[in-house]
Design a protein around this ligand. Structure first.
Ligand code: PLP
Length: 452
């Protein structure tokens, strides 16, 4: 049985899509001129489209299908939970078994002092929760003036008005009234593009110092939190110099500022540990989680918060929540996903084998004439495209165009890689095999050749 036999022809699907479907982060002209590629099924790291093509998904969907596609156990977990209790809420003194068990499991996996979970259905919702959570925390502690949240330019923390404001995407801020008040941004630790003549080490320290400068400018008494991804994902997989995070940790400790680690991409094995915070050696007060928590099989996210914050918030009522906070089906699927990631040793294998193998292959692309640096942490990496490696020059006149051409060549070669400006990104499922990594790199190289 193949689902393909029941589908309308691709052209008809494309026409209907263009007629009725508004897409996220997609230029309308492209949809009208070329039509979408319609994905119909998936298995492992392979997508199948409506024409029957098999496409290697080097992005794990949107950085989320950590366990790979087609896991029947997750289908069964969802079906069993739907039959047992398809929905109940967690408001007004009620709870249910999947939410209780998932909160317990997340507390076990997270760093020792993070033992409390506020659920949401996405990373955006979870970061909106965080804005209110940190401000409410300081209010309840008698410091209501501590409202400012510092973030970084080019960070991505979601698309809602709150989380989009936390993010540092200027194109997003330009649409729809962002940022909201009391959100501030500092420059990112992107040595390749912005490091000039500095060594990566000096640059990492200098970019951390910007946080201290910003805190002093606003006044430490007015600053609630600093939020950052351990490794920036959607901004282009910006791997910070090793000197960056230790300095940042010292600064937030020195000034009594809460640290929010946005682990939406970095969490659940992506960086070679359960959480990116472990990989970069920080001690956050809150971690934002989503994506890999359910491997994308169900929409779920959350904020994992410290005992200290939970104690303070628990002293009153936090007037916040989503209908689907702790949705039972999403929780059941996430629990099963975490069980498989653990019991099948998938995260361990990433650390011990898959990530080192991918790193070696991925870095081999630096001998390509158009590739500057190739940086990878665990299972998330990016290559910087450049017309001149030594000067780390950008394709300035037509920034992003070369990346777009590369992405389109990849797609034509049945490989999904993403481009962010002139960076090409990979973030495959953690279960990708060595042979599949070889295929990924071969197809990437061919696509780069064709884009030259
Ligand atoms: N935070 C980070 C680091 C992300 O990468 C994303 C999405 O890509 C989000 C938050 C938002 O998550 P969602 O798209 O589930 O709302």
């Amino acid at each position: 049985m193949t689902a393909l036999t029941n589908l309308p022809p691709t052209a008809e699907l494309q026409r209907l899509d263009a007629a009725h479907h508004l897409h996220p982060f997609t230029h309308g002209a492209g949809l009208r001129d070329k039509g979408v590629r319609v994905i119909t099924s998936a298995d492992g790291v392979w997508l199948t489209d409506s024409e029957g093509n098999r496409i290697l998904d080097a992005m794990a969907g949107l950085w989320c299908v950590n366990i790979g596609y087609g896991r029947q156990e997750l289908v069964e977990a969802a079906a069993a939970q739907m039959a047992e209790l398809p929905f109940y809420n967690t408001f007004f003194q009620t709870s249910h078994v999947p939410a209780i068990k998932l909160a317990e499991r997340l507390a076990q996996l997270a760093p020792d002092h993070l033992n409390h979970v506020f659920f949401a259905s996405s990373g955006s919702e979870a970061n909106d929760t965080n804005i209110r959570l940190v401000r409410t925390y300081w209010e309840m502690k008698g410091q209501p003036q501590k409202k400012a949240i510092i973030s970084r330019w080019n960070a991505y923390h979601g698309s809602s008005v709150g989380s989009g404001s936390l993010g540092g995407m200027k194109g997003m801020h330009a649409q729809g009234g962002m940022p909201i008040p009391d959100i501030h941004h500092i420059d990112q630790p992107d040595w390749w593009s912005e490091g000039g003549d500095m060594t990566p080490e000096d640059f990492g320290r200098a970019r951390a110092k910007l946080l201290e400068d910003k805190i002093l400018e606003i006044g430490a008494d007015n600053v609630a939190a600093f939020i950052a991804e351990p490794v920036q994902g959607a901004g282009g997989v910006i791997v910070p110099p090793e000197t960056y995070w230790p300095e940042v940790q010292k600064i937030v400790d020195k000034y009594g500022i809460l640290l929010i680690a946005d682990e939406v991409i970095c969490g659940f094995g992506r960086t070679g540990n359960w959480f990116g915070s472990e990989t970069v050696g920080i001690r956050p007060d809150i971690m934002t989680v989503a994506k890999g928590m359910s491997s994308g099989y169900q929409p779920i996210g959350g904020s994992i918060v410290s005992d200290e914050i939970a104690d303070v918030i628990g002293g009153g009522e936090f007037n916040h929540g989503y209908t689907y906070s702790g949705h039972p089906v999403a929780c059941a699927v996430a629990l099963e996903n975490l069980r498989l990631l653990d019991e099948e040793g998938i995260v361990d294998r990433v650390r011990d084998h898959t990530a080192p193998y991918l790193k070696q292959k991925f870095e081999s692309l630096t001998d390509h004439p158009m590739v500057g640096e190739a940086k990878i942490v665990g299972m998330m990496g990016s290559i910087a495209l450049t017309p001149h490696k030594e000067s780390r020059a950008a394709f300035k006149a037509d920034a992003g165009t070369v990346g777009l051409i590369c992405r389109e060549r990849c797609f034509a070669n049945n490989l999904v890689m993403r481009h962010v400006g002139d960076r090409m990104i990979v973030s495959p499922s953690l279960t990708i095999s060595d042979d599949e990594i070889d295929t990924l790199i071969e197809r990437a190289r061919t696509s780069l050749d064709e884009a030259m």
